[in-house]
Design a protein around this ligand. Sequence first.
Ligand code: SF4
Ligand code: SF4
Length: 123
Amino acid sequence: MAVQVISPLVEVAKQAFRKPTTIEFPEQQERRTDNYNGKHKLDMKTCISCGACARICPNQTITMVDTDTERGTKKMPEINWERCLFCALCEEVCPTDCLILTKQTDYEVYDRRDLIKRPEELE
Ligand code: SF4
Ligand code: SF4
């Protein structure tokens, strides 16, 4: 009988002092591998509006939209992270290297429509 009572208590005590397997996000972030693909970053100053990123995208994630820039209204990529595969083909094909994938992964939104990012939001 004593064993039946003590054994669970010992287990509880052991678990209480175990290192947590979860992390305090977003203060703590998991370590990313060198080839990890996260959120896109766009340099609107060097984007030439060629549309290659939108054409290569295998999941129709990128839409070229009218965007106000210092050079007038230009077509620039709007990206829907909800549909993105993070394959990095858009980064690979970009002729001016203005579109890159970072290691950032903080996508929390209350409305899924907020996962559609206009060019200005990707800067
Ligand atoms: S990472 Fe891949 S799926 Fe995502 S926008 Fe770029 S080409 Fe499309
Ligand atoms: S982000 Fe790169 S590939 Fe896409 S339109 Fe601009 S220059 Fe072209």
